[in-house]
Design a binder for this molecule. Structure first.
Ligand SMILES: C[S@@+](CC[C@H](N)C(=O)[O-])C[C@H]1O[C@@H](n2cnc3c(N)ncnc32)[C@H](O)[C@@H]1O
Length: 315
């Protein structure tokens, strides 16, 4: 799991958390649906774990989904175009980046997007209020080398090729089309300070709309898990989902924050994972034959008890 293939860095990617999250997933998934797929790190992880037959990757960010589709289905084509763009930058790489960025904002070509993602500051996408990509180039680096990019794309493609449906819809349209046997993993942008607008992504989501969509999903008996809020030291990020949804909230300690360590602080990052009633019940029902679930669960609870947060963390 440590070496999960990926070809772009992306804000909020769950690549490093996948091994923690997958512990709470069903062990046999007919179709994994990711309404907020981003870079599809969780689909990549479940494919590597061989627990999923097919995937539905959706993200409102159309060029991002088109890029994923190209990388998965036509890895050589996108790797060739990256090589071409990357080679063009040598005379004046900063000017070249801005030129590619303007072209991307006009035509939204996913091939240009790959170059921008590989070349922008800290690999972090940023959008202005008009939805235009406005991140600056990293002046110290030239972006992933083409041969490395080709290898990384091939790694992702080998796990997902021929198994995915790709769409660029609002998550609510995806949730309306859920079928029996689907397992849904949701990783929406967490509720920040800026409401529906979110410069970290092309779009944010409204908290109340999300809660309503989850209420409706619950009524269908769907099996799902959601990453939503978390903590860094004493600071919380994201808003906790309401008790009325009847979800089981697991707080997972995912490690020390390297940024805090640099600042001389000992802070731990905790990520919440919410389990739908059906998922939670299935995991508990299987526990007699699934000792590892009990162990995992008690490890979580020990951690929470130790930190005096037991009551708040499970319900
Ligand atoms: C936290 S990121 C997902 C990261 C992903 N789990 C990964 O590992 O790369 C959230 C994603 O939700 C997408 N998004 C925002 N609003 C959306 C909406 N209304 N419907 C579908 N996707 C949306 C964003 O474009 C962003 O890619």
């Amino acid at each position: 799991m440590a070496n999960l293939p990926h070809f772009i860095q992306y804000q909020g990617s769950k690549r490093n958390l996948a091994k923690h999250l997958l512990q709470f997933f069903p062990r046999n998934i007919n179709r994994l649906v990711e309404p907020f797929a981003g870079t599809a790190a969780i689909s990549v992880a479940t494919s590597k774990d061989q627990i999923t037959r097919s995937f539905w990757l959706n993200d409102l960010n159309k060029p991002l989904i088109e890029l994923l589709e190209l990388a998965i289905e036509r890895p050589d084509k996108i790797a060739d175009s990256y090589l071409e763009l990357w080679n063009e930058q040598h005379t004046n790489s900063v000017a070249h980046y801005f030129e590619v960025r303007s072209r991307f904002n006009e035509i939204n070509d996913p091939k240009l997007f790959l170059y921008l993602l590989a070349r922008c500051v800290k690999g972090s996408v940023r959008y202005n209020s008009e939805g235009l990509f406005n991140q600056s180039p990293d002046k110290r680096r030239k972006g992933t080398r083409p041969e490395t990019m080709r290898k990384n794309i091939a790694g992702v493609s080998s796990l997902l090729k021929g198994k995915c449906r790709f769409t660029s819809l609002d998550y609510r349209e995806v949730l309306e089309q859920i079928q029996e046997g689907d397992f849904i993993y949701m990783d929406p942008p967490y509720q920040g300070v800026c409401g529906n607008r979110d410069s970290r992504y092309l779009s944010g989501i409204d908290f109340d709309d999300f809660v309503l969509a989850l209420e409706q999903l619950n009524q269908t008996g769907a099996v799902f898990a959601i990453s939503y809020d978390g903590k860094l030291g004493n600071k919380t990020f994201g808003k906790v989902l309401p008790n009325s949804l009847n979800l089981e909230r697991i707080e997972i300690e995912v490690g020390r924050s390297s940024q805090s360590t640099l600042l001389g602080k000992e802070e731990t990052t905790i990520e919440s994972l919410y389990l739908s009633p059906n998922l939670s019940r299935n995991l508990a029902t299987n526990q007699a034959s699934n000792i590892s679930y009990i162990l995992r669960k008690s490890k979580q609870l020990n951690f929470l008890k130790k930190n005096g947060e037991f009551a708040a963390a499970t319900r």
